[in-house]
Ligand binder design. Structure first.
Ligand SMILES: [Zn+2]
Ligand SMILES: [Zn+2]
Length: 157
């Protein structure tokens, strides 16, 4: 979660410093796609007043909340077997990738797995290819996306 330092941190909507007297909220790092118009909200701080007047910020806040709801403990069901993933060490999620209409990545949003079942997932190879093509073509060079692809690859054989 982004760190708010009052008198220093800038609002991602209006770019003004968040002062002591300002109501503000912090969004989690929930967007992998650096090219998305939502990316600047990921791990961002914004004035509550700016959230109320900016429709893109509202979309970002909705998707951040949806990400938290979908991936929180108790709602972690494995895409392969349908069972709940209870062991954090056996848990892997693709997270939120994109809400761009028609993007192949948007079909992968919020998928969750038992790590130990990934090799059984019928779409594993296609998912790896999608993530790789996005990181090459669209500049998704986030380190954690690179690490995610590496992890998926390790289950692909
Ligand atoms: Zn603001
Ligand atoms: Zn499973």
């Amino acid at each position: 979660m982004a760190l708010l330092v009052r008198g220093r941190t800038r609002c991602v909507v209006c770019d003004r410093v968040v002062e002591d007297s300002d109501a503000a909220i912090a969004l989690p790092a929930f967007v992998r796609d650096r090219t998305s118009e939502l990316f600047r909200f990921s791990d961002g701080i914004l004035h509550t007043a700016c959230l109320e007047t900016d429709s893109l910020a509202q979309r970002a806040a909705r998707l951040a909340q949806e990400t938290i709801d979908r991936l929180g403990p108790g709602s972690r069901s494995c895409e392969v077997c349908g069972e709940e993933v209870r062991d954090p060490d056996d848990y892997l999620t693709l997270g939120f990738l994109s809400d761009e209409a028609g993007s192949p990545a948007s079909s992968l949003n919020w998928l969750q797995f038992h790590r130990s079942h990934l090799h059984l997932w019928e779409h594993l190879q296609a998912a790896i290819e999608t993530l790789e093509s996005l990181s090459v073509d669209k500049g998704w060079c986030e380190e954690d996306t690179v690490a995610l692809v590496r992890e998926l690859r390790s289950h692909a054989w």
